[in-house]
Design a protein around this ligand. Structure first.
Ligand code: PLP
Length: 453
């Protein structure tokens, strides 16, 4: 039989029921919280979650077919053997390396330096490398450091990687868009925009570029354009933030040199990620930043050490366990990411060929000019993305319609323009799909296009 509550319990319950948490006004939060750039990913995930059977060209996720949980333990053991052997650590030091707070700048910097030498011909001093929680953290740190006040601005070509745009919002750094052509950033437009910004009293600090198979456009810069970009950066005295997650995934031909390997005067801050080559769950990225920072009294530090100060207040250090897994992965492949990702590169090549062939089958040879009323697309030479131009508005409402009526998802390109373009374009990501699913998805996309014609 239930007993009647004690009168004082009643009072306590009433107090709990009436206690309201303090109301937080959205308008009182940092500007970035409500910014559409930051909500675009959540929106996509939300739509994808409601249509689990749709073919998704939306997710820019790496291929999952080679993941093997048993390999993780092997990577850890390999790294442990390396610490005991080559690195000469005692048992206690090895235990600490795995379990304790770690070095702010990371513990796999030597191995990353070897990878950069092997795969990119880059001679990076390991002390100039900061291991970060994904490339995303590296972007936030670099922008945080470069943004002293609202006069400091950063440039990037539009369309640009949404993670970069979001990082800039997070630190409150205005982004100035630069035109992009079929071969990446328009260097003349960059010069003009830097000068225009200076004329307004602003301080353009850096330009962010993904020279190989950009996300979302798939564009790749020619070697000549890379050299010109370095010249312009020197002439205009700005830094270049080079982000290079996709260069291993080339359809044909040899890889052009990275900006960093062409850089003779330390203009380039190099951002790396193991998300697409090893696996994203480790959340391991890094930044190479050897630039001297003058302290105003004759001394100097290095940019990497200033970034490390910021990191020590953000994530303290990147997970040592995650670093150990990636360290083992690197060691098992002779510190060559190119060798380690041969199988993934083959999958992406096959998928890209299949996608481009499938587009031609369904939409004809034409349309490569993007003329009104036609469907057109670019032909990237690698990476994970292609862009389709369509004769109708490809926004969130159309995505809903596409998902519910035709069972196919894609990413509206306007997400990557910060509201300045891309309204009739969609990004197609083919990395996680099988060729069969790509065919099915393209059939559905063709049905959507017919429906809208
Ligand atoms: C241009 C670009 N940079 C970096 C990354 C990877 O960042 P992270 O290492 O934080 O996963 C991605 C992933 O989508 C990307 O497209």
């Amino acid at each position: 039989m239930a007993t009647a509550p004690h009168p004082s319990e009643d009072g306590a319950r009433a107090a709990v029921a009436s206690a309201r948490p303090p109301r937080i006004e959205a308008a009182g939060l940092h500007e970035s919280v409500g910014n559409p750039v930051l909500t675009s990913m959540t929106l996509l995930n939300e739509i994808a979650g409601r249509f689990p059977d749709a073919v998704s060209f939306a997710a820019g996720r790496p291929y999952e077919g080679f993941y093997d949980t048993r390999a993780l333990a092997g990577h850890l053991r390999t790294f442990e053997d390396y610490l005991r052997g080559e690195a000469g650590l005692t048992d206690q030091e090895v235990t600490r390396a795995f379990f304790q707070y770690g070095r702010t700048k990371g513990i796999i910097h030597e191995l990353i330096a070897r990878h950069l030498a092997n795969d990119e011909g880059l001679r990076a001093d390991p002390e100039d490398i900061l291991v970060t929680t994904g490339c995303q953290e590296a972007m936030v740190l670099v922008l945080r450091a470069l943004c002293r006040d609202r006069r400091d601005v950063v440039l990037t070509s539009y369309p640009s990687y949404v993670g970069f745009l979001g990082a800039a919002r997070l630190v409150g750094m205005p982004v100035h868009g630069v035109r992009e052509g079929a071969t990446g950033i328009d260097v003349d437009d960059l010069t003009a925009r830097i000068r225009r910004a200076r004329a307004k009293g602003l301080r353009p600090r850096a330009c962010y570029v993904v020279p190989d198979f950009a996300n979302p456009s798939g564009a790749t810069m020619t070697t000549a354009d890379r050299r010109r970009l370095l010249e312009v950066a020197a002439q205009e005295d700005i830094l270049l933030l080079e982000d290079n997650p996709y260069s291993m995934f080339r359809l044909a031909g040899s890889r052009p040199p990275t900006l960093k390997s062409l850089d003779r005067d330390g203009r380039v801050v190099y951002l790396g990620s193991f998300a697409k080559t090893a696996f994203a769950g480790a959340r391991i990225g890094y930044v190479v930043a050897e630039q001297p920072v003058a302290d105003g009294s004759g001394g100097s530090t290095r940019f990497v050490d200033e970034l490390a100060k910021l990191k020590s207040m953000l994530t303290l250090n990147t997970s040592t366990v995650a670093q150990a897994v990636i360290g083992g992965y690197l060691l098992e492949h002779g510190c060559s990411v190119e060798k380690a990702s041969v199988r993934e590169a083959a999958v992406y090549r096959e998928n890209l060929r299949h996608l481009l062939g499938g587009l031609t089958e369904r939409f004809g040879e034409g349309g490569a000019d993007g003329a009104a009323g036609k469907v057109s697309w670019n032909t990237p030479n690698g990476g994970m993305f292609a862009v389709l131009s369509v004769p109708f508005r490809a926004d969130r409402a159309m995505l809903e319609y596409s998902a519910s009526r035709f069972g196919v998802l894609w990413t509206p390109m306007e997400h990557f323009y910060a509201g300045t373009g891309g309204q009739r374009q969609l990004r197609l990501s083919y990395s996680v799909l099988s060729p069969e699913r790509i065919s099915t998805g393209l059939d559905r996309l063709a049905a959507l296009v017919r429906d809208r014609a």
